[in-house]
Ligand binder design. Structure first.
Ligand code: ZN
Ligand code: ZN
Ligand code: ZN
Length: 348
C-alpha cells in the first residue's frame, strides 16, 4: 500500500500538469526546531536614496509625487515596450520568435519604506487591492493586451532590487507559459467534469483540512498537494470568479486580511522577513473565461532557517522538482504559527 507520508512518490500539479517528486522518508528525523534569527528589520521609514520613496528622484530624472497611500508608474527599465511589433519570425520552424508588445509598471504599496505587507493595516492593504484591481481593469481593456500579471518579489534572495514594499505589473500581448498551462488544465477539467477545477479541489481540501493554513469568509490559504517549494502556498477564493474586477466589497477586505495573515505566518516561521515571489493568476483579457478561478501563489525559497534555502539543481533541473518535507507537514508548521508579527509581539 502506497503511504504518502512514507514512500517516495510523484504528485501531479492539477493546475499546470507538471509533477513533483516527494521523498518523505528523508525527513523522518524529528525537527530540531532551531531558528537562526536574522537581524531585526533596520529599514528606516523614509530613505533619501530610495527611488520609490515619495518625493525622491528616479533614474531618468522623474520625481515621485509626495504620495500618501499607493503609487503606480511605468517601469523606467521596462521588460516590455508598447511599440514592439507583434510579428512572427519563423526560420523553417527551427528558430521561432514572436514580437511581444506590452507595458510594465511598478506599484508602491505605501509611502512607508519599512512597512511590509505583514505589518501594514488591513484598511491600507485594501487600498493596495484597489490599485491592483484598477490596473488589471485598465490594462486588460487595452487593445493588444492579452494578459496582466501582478506580482511581488520580496527579499534580496528573490532578486528584489529595492526593500521598499512594491509590486510589478506586466501586461503582455500573449498569455504567458504558466498561465496558458493553467488555462488548458482548467478548460480540460471543465470539459471533462462540467465543473470548476479549483472549486472541486478547494472543496476536497476544506473537507480534509490537512493542508489548510488559515481562512476567512472569502479566502482559504493552503499548501497545495503538489507544492514544490518547502512552504509554498496558494490563496484560493471560496466563491467562483475569474478576476479582481469581480471582487465584492467584503471580498476586497478579506483578500487584504488573508494577505496580512499568510505573510505574518511566513515571517514568524524563521523570525525573518520571509523572501518570496507571489502573484495573482486571473482570467486572461478578452472573452469570457468561465473556467478561470481567481487565486494567488506564494513561492518562498527558504527551507530550514532564515539563511538556508532550497535550490533547484541537479535532478530538479534535469528531471523534475523534488521535496523532502511533505505538503502536509509544511501546512502543520504554518498552521501552528501565531498571527501576531514577531516584531510586534516582543519576541525578539
Ligand atoms: Zn523607499
Ligand atoms: Zn471555481
Ligand atoms: Zn495559478
Amino acid at each position: 500500500m502506497l503511504d504518502l507520508a512514507q514512500h517516495p512518490h510523484r504528485r501531479r500539479n492539477l493546475l499546470n500538469g507538471s509533477w513533483v517528486l516527494v521523498s518523505p522518508h528523508r525527513t523522518q528525523r524529528p525537527w530540531l526546531g532551531q531558528v537562526e534569527k536574522s537581524t531585526p528589520n533596520a529599514q528606516p521609514e523614509y530613505d533619501p536614496q530610495c527611488y520609490l520613496c515619495p518625493g525622491n528622484t528616479r533614474a531618468g530624472g522623474v520625481r515621485n509625487p509626495p504620495y500618501a497611500s499607493t503609487f503606480v508608474f511605468d517601469n523606467d527599465f521596462a521588460a516590455l515596450l508598447p511599440s514592439t511589433p507583434a510579428e512572427k519570425d519563423d526560420r523553417d520552424g527551427l528558430m521561432i520568435a514572436v514580437g511581444e508588445p506590452g507595458i510594465c509598471r511598478v506599484g508602491c504599496f505605501s509611502p512607508r519604506h519599512d512597512l511590509t505587507v505583514a505589518r501594514m493595516s488591513v484598511p491600507d492593504l485594501t487600498l493596495v487591492v484597489d490599485l491592483w484591481t484598477s490596473q488589471y481593469v485598465e490594462l486588460s481593456s487595452r487593445p493588444g493586451i492579452g494578459h496582466v500579471q501582478v506580482f511581488e518579489n520580496r527579499g534580496e534572495m528573490m532578486g528584489a532590487s529595492n526593500p521598499h514594499p512594491h509590486c510589478q505589473i506586466w501586461a503582455s500581448h500573449s498569455v504567458p507559459t504558466e498561465t496558458a498551462a493553467e488555462q488548458r488544465e482548467q478548460e480540460a477539467w471543465r470539459a471533462g467534469h462540467g465543473s470548476c477545477l479549483l472549486c472541486d479541489y478547494l472543496a476536497r481540501e476544506r473537507q480534509s483540512g490537512t493542508r489548510l493554513v488559515c481562512q476567512n469568509p472569502s479566502f482559504v490559504a493552503l499548501v497545495p498537494f503538489w507544492a514544490v517549494w518547502p512552504f509554498e502556498t496558494m490563496l484560493i477564493s471560496k466563491r467562483h470568479f475569474g478576476g479582481m474586477d469581480e471582487l465584492a466589497p467584503a471580498e476586497r477586505t478579506d483578500l487584504a486580511d488573508i494577505l496580512k495573515r499568510i505573510t505574518t505566518r511566513y515571517d514568524n516561521l524563521f523570525h525573518t522577513p520571509f523572501p518570496y515571489t507571489m502573484g495573482f493568476h486571473q482570467r486572461p483579457a478578452g472573452g469570457s473565461h468561465p473556467e478561470w478561478h481567481f487565486h494567488a501563489h506564494y513561492y518562498p525559497p527558504l527551507l530550514r532557517s532564515a539563511t538556508v534555502r532550497k535550490f533547484m539543481v541537479g535532478f530538479e533541473m534535469l528531471g523534475m522538482p523534488q521535496r523532502d518535507i511533505t505538503a502536509e507537514s509544511a501546512a502543520d508548521r504554518l498552521r501552528a504559527m501565531p498571527e501576531i508579527h514577531y516584531l510586534d509581539s516582543g519576541l525578539m
